[in-house]
Design a protein around this ligand. Sequence first.
Ligand SMILES: [Mn+2]
Length: 435
Amino acid sequence: MLKKHIENDDVIRLISHNDADGISAAGVIANAIKEEGGQFHTTIVPRLKSDIVRDLAKEKYDLFIFSDMGSACIKQINQSIKSDVIIADHHQPSDVEANDNVVHINPHLFGIDGSKDLSGAGSSYLVVRDMDKKHLAYLALVGAFGDMQCPNGFSGVNQMILSDGKESGNLEIHEDLKIVSKANEPLYKSLAYTLNPALPGVTGNLEGAIGFLEERGISYGIKFDELSDEERDVLKDELIKLNPEIFGDIYAVPKLDPVLRNLEEYSTLLDSCGKNKKFGLGISLTLGEKDKALDAALNLQNNYRSELMKGMEWITREGSVPMDYIQYIYSDDKVLKSVMGTIASVGMSAKILPEDKPILALARLHNDIKISGRTTRPMVERGVDLGKALSDASASFGGQGGGHDIAAGAMIPFTAKDNFLNLVNDIVESQLNNN
Ligand SMILES: [Mn+2]
């Protein structure tokens, strides 16, 4: 269907999600269209709502493509869009069947788990794969990284996309240290900025990183890429002592600019674009734009990283507030608010905060509080389901919440803060007792 519209010289209308997966998804389709000599017009939105679908329907395009979204809105799309539609999504679909003018691609329709085995960028890749586009497989995996679908390697359809990438010749896997910004930051910053896996005493701690390297006689002010082989070996041994997961498979596209080469880092850079609402910038990176675009994106990432370092300093100093069964952090500081969820989870994985209680990160937004909840796999195995806890507790106070057992979110009125915390504490207690 896509090919036919490109041949007709139709400008193709792309609508995608605002996170790293959504931007990668748009990038996969945009690259395919561009390579075939077609034209496209892209809009990135945080959520596909009925009024957006209604407004789109008024636009005169012959083909609409929804990527990393759309499956929940089949009913509205059926009702309002008469042109051709492609939906390439991986979220839980609504149970409405799509009309004949709608091609619906979603792993859940085939009994495949869309939260683990295929991303929105992956679904989009399946749309263009047969147009001789296996060289775009890597971009589908960037999306999978964005949606955290590579905990210990790829699974399911992602695995097949990985084989495509290797087959096309541009994607390679090699074992190395999984520290970030090896080519463009001094080593101590690379270590402090490495969040996944976390390095206790070093992640989120610039001074800790300098101290760690100085004590071991490793030059901290130069880039990782400039280290001697000898220093690299020492660094590897010492970092493995901190966290063995720091050495492992790296998925890389060598022909890309060094700062994008590692697909996981590529996805973090797109995430920075998304968080700052620079969607055009994100998409232009996926289309191969360098120089100014790359500098602008790195700039956004740097700002985010310095906010993150401030946040990490803050939790190192202040710690969390313990309750009997949960712990929480709360702030109404402008900088801290933007990184609350991340510092809560990195705080736990870097062992700054205790891991034996789920954490809620609370950020005040006017009259509401935004909550991000995180816990650990062992806590989930003991019965904790944060998605359920936050959905039930927020509903009791006229708020909204939900998510996964291990990570969830909610929004509640500010006035309900203390009662909400007490209720989540009680729910987690009963989850543990009833397990
Ligand atoms: Mn996604």
